[in-house]
Design a protein around this ligand. Sequence first.
Ligand code: ZN
Length: 482
Amino acid sequence: MAQQTPATSSDYRLTVGLEIHAELATKTKMFCNSVNDPEETMPNANVCPVCMAHPGTLPTINREAVKHVLRVGAAINGNFADYTEFDRKSYFYPDIPKGYQISQFEHPFISGGELVGVPVTRIHLEEDTARSIHGNNQSLVDFNRAGVPLMELVTEPAIHDAKTAGEFARALQLLLRTLGVSHANLEKGEMRVEANVSVSKDGTMAKKYVEVKNINSFRSVERAITYEAERQIALIESGGSVSQETRGWNEDKQETFSQRVKEGSADYRYFPEPDLPKMMLSADPEFSRNTIVAALPELPWNRHARYVALGLKVDDATFIASTLERSTFFDAVLLHMQEDASHVPLAANYVVSDLGGYYANNPGVEYKNISAESFVELIRMVSSNELSSRGAKDVLAVMAEKGGVPKDIATEKDLLQVSDPEALKASVREVLEANPAVVEEYRAGKESVLQFLVGQGMKATRGAGNPEILRELLTEELKRTT
Ligand SMILES: [Zn+2]
């Protein structure tokens, strides 16, 4: 009998399901009128008896938060629940003032749907916890976050590579921002990605999988999943077994570490929240699917398709449509360009190459200083040869850094391109007089030296001469004096 090949990592298939929480951008909290302001720095400034769980207080449902969840559900083509309710999820923790969290268990608002090809299981609504702050031998609790509306989206365990998990998280962030339902910054905790990771030989989610938390960047989503898959394979290969647990991602060490053994849902003693009304979404005109769908803005994938239809290269369309700031700017540019659609590809090119490059090296000022109107003026100057493409790069960098009007910047930097033949003729004669040997070579038939003379002309005009006009004038002059 042939010896069996030892198992290798290629025998295992990775399976990942994502659980993503997003704090919803509403004026007030989920079940009370306290202000929902993630930027508030004064601890316990935005609290009231309801979110502090004083006895005798009752919650009320924030309808805006419900609409936010329904918008996301409609955008990904999920099913709206007809009957829905909130449930109590009981657990004791200092940052849960009531001793339970109001969440949804059996009847989430949304079930099904799909984003970037990944099937979504459900989206439900719950409340955020308070924030514990540990240090100096004491633990403090800030209740500003307690009761902030929190959306939880769960995918099917249908992701089989780390890259797709990262793509899903990025696409969801873009969708949440496009819909205006969440700021969704990972680094601020406004969007939190947890990955259920398992490896198996049959490509299904193993009974015992690991939940990875504390992931605070998209890059870490992919790295944490890759690390965890490799850890599990090594463990199984060495004769061990994976335990059902929650592990944190350590950004500094680039590895996961055990946090706690996971509780099953039975431990939470879910039961329907008796203090809130049950809901029939279809019976409430504001929550009906038609109302929600009719008010959706253009969705990211539709925006991408619109750019491609305008004649943009697919890669350029992808780049521009991939952040809200970029596509909002580009749409403003399109609005200002209405009369001159032939310059749209040129404008796209400057947004992708020049602005894209500038902002990649200078993060934090993306589209804050530049105005679409000035940008369109710059494109017009390039296409009418008032500005060389080289000069346009310099002008655009100034516009991106501190704003301003292209003509003023170009004048100040002496970059306006001279295309008037009369204004260039003196320089042309000067170049020919200064280079008699080269002129001879040209006349002897070596036409390639013309490029050198154009270069000398650019030098003589300190870069302001339009190279095309210089070339024409030089050719004319050389032929005339032959
Ligand atoms: Zn409150």
